[in-house]
Write a protein that binds this ligand. Structure first.
Ligand code: SF4
Length: 91
């Protein structure tokens, strides 16, 4: 089997390990929340995730095709940015 055959979707850098249970991402978020000074306010976090949910570059419902980040984690970080080429989709 070729390496490409093991890649389930279009993102050239992603392998099966990109699929993680939602509970694992929940734990990452919980760890970030221990440092509230580094977290985006709830309204900003939710607005960012709404943009990701409407973005064609969201892969597997969890991952940004441009940076490979879990968008829930990236959006949670106060200093997080949207890496969309040509300009951020986050307000
Ligand atoms: S390009 Fe921006 S809006 Fe689209 S999935 Fe990535 S972080 Fe989200």
């Amino acid at each position: 089997m070729s390496a490409l055959a093991s890649r389930p979707e279009g993102c050239k850098g992603c392998r099966d390990s990109v699929h993680v249970p939602e509970a694992q991402i929940d734990r990452m978020i919980e760890k970030l929340e221990r440092h509230p000074e580094s977290c985006a306010p709830t309204d900003q976090y939710e607005a960012r995730l709404a943009s990701c949910a409407a973005c064609a570059d969201l892969q597997y419902g969890s991952t940004c095709a441009h940076c490979g980040c879990f968008v829930r984690v990236r959006a949670k970080l106060l200093a997080g940015t949207c890496p969309k080429p040509g300009g951020s989709k986050w307000a």
